[in-house]
Design a protein around this ligand. Structure first.
Ligand SMILES: C[S@@+](CC[C@H](N)C(=O)[O-])C[C@H]1O[C@@H](n2cnc3c(N)ncnc32)[C@H](O)[C@@H]1O
Length: 315
């Protein structure tokens, strides 16, 4: 397939007809694309997919007539030129990106030339690898009274970090860190956590190829041990590093309960019915219990009839 190296063909007299959709393909499992993303693929005339990261299976719904191109060897200029050329030729052009297009996806660099060429674009969000990794490990990135904040970041590689965004500075919040693009720099990750005052015993989890059928690996360790454990597991690419005071909470004996499900808490969908008995008295975030039991609360809040809103709190 030829790749046009200049935009001139797309800047001719004929106005562009098509629209370019930036679609989040999800983290790897083809079933984790959104219904909307899949419907766009099913009617696409052209698809440019991020070959090194998006499994080709995500294009399995493309019609036979669709032109499908892997962008792994292309420059940004070649990609935007190709998208412009295809938009002049067909109504629906899809740029399929790993996870969510708005995270480390060069979205704006690709949108700007399309804007300049007068081509309509739209973005369809996707399941980020951060969310897929948390799901794979059965971890909650937020927990009441532990942390209510999640930071998506990376350590500095060839892309410099803006001032104030060193990992040590961000880790000083002691909230959840989802660290992208950094598996080969694990030494820097753990050094930054220690510099920020995290305990060497603080739990960490690394998820390699989250959701990829048959290829997912989960490595659990601590700030002190995770680098060696990843090396042992031969994990050197496509991995999410999560450091969080919430990790392992599935096995904690005590938890502060979410206000959303607290019987004493009135919100949009339910009036308080009784005084809460369940709030935790103590936490042992770094001391998991030996007995493993699934104590997930089973709620039926979805079936509670709606009452008039009397608080703005929703979670
Ligand atoms: C260029 S970024 C793209 C992130 C993507 N937009 C997202 O929302 O997940 C690539 C990085 O995302 C992470 N990543 C992507 N897919 C992954 C997966 N299936 N499992 C674990 N990490 C993944 C890795 O940290 C990888 O280095």
């Amino acid at each position: 397939m030829s790749i046009p190296l200049s935009l001139s063909a797309a800047h001719g007299a004929t106005p562009p007809l098509g629209k370019v959709w930036f679609v989040g393909a999800g983290p790897g499992d083809p079933e984790l694309i959104t219904v909307k993303g899949r419907a766009l693929i099913e009617r696409a005339g052209a698809i440019l997919f991020a070959g090194s990261l998006v499994s080709e299976a995500a294009t399995r719904w493309a019609p036979e007539s669709c032109v499908v191109l892997d962008s792994k060897d292309m420059t940004l200029e070649q990609m935007s030129a190709w998208l412009i050329e295809q938009a002049a030729r067909c109504a629906t052009v899809v740029r399929l990106q790993t996870g969510d297009p708005g995270l480390y996806g060069a979205l704006i660099e690709l949108v700007q030339p399309l804007d300049a060429a007068g081509i309509a674009i739209e973005v369809v969000p996707g399941v980020s690898s951060a969310m897929a990794s948390a799901a794979a490990a059965v971890e909650s990135l937020t927990l009441p009274e532990v942390t209510q904040t999640v930071i998506f970041t990376r350590v500095e590689g060839r892309t410099p970090m803006p001032e104030g965004e060193s990992l040590a500075a961000l880790a000083a919040h002691h909230s959840t860190l989802c660290i992208f693009l950094s598996i080969t720099l694990m030494g820097r990750v753990t050094a930054a956590l220690l510099e920020a005052g995290w305990s060497p015993d603080a739990p960490m989890v690394v998820v390699h190829r989250a959701s990829w059928p048959g290829e997912q690996k989960i490595v659990r360790g601590t700030v002190a041990t995770i680098q060696a454990l990843c090396r042992e597991a031969k994990i050197v690419s496509q991995s999410m590093i999560i450091a969080s005071p919430t990790l392992g909470a599935r096995h904690w004996q005590t938890l502060a309960k979410s206000k959303l499900y607290d019987a004493s808490f009135t919100h949009r969908f339910r009036r308080a019915s009784s005084v809460s008995e369940g709030d935790a008295l103590a936490f042992s975030p770094y001391t998991p219990i030996d007995t493993l039991s699934d104590t997930s609360p089973h709620t039926s809040s979805d079936t509670v009839p709606q009452i008039s809103p009397d608080t703005k709190e929703t979670a």
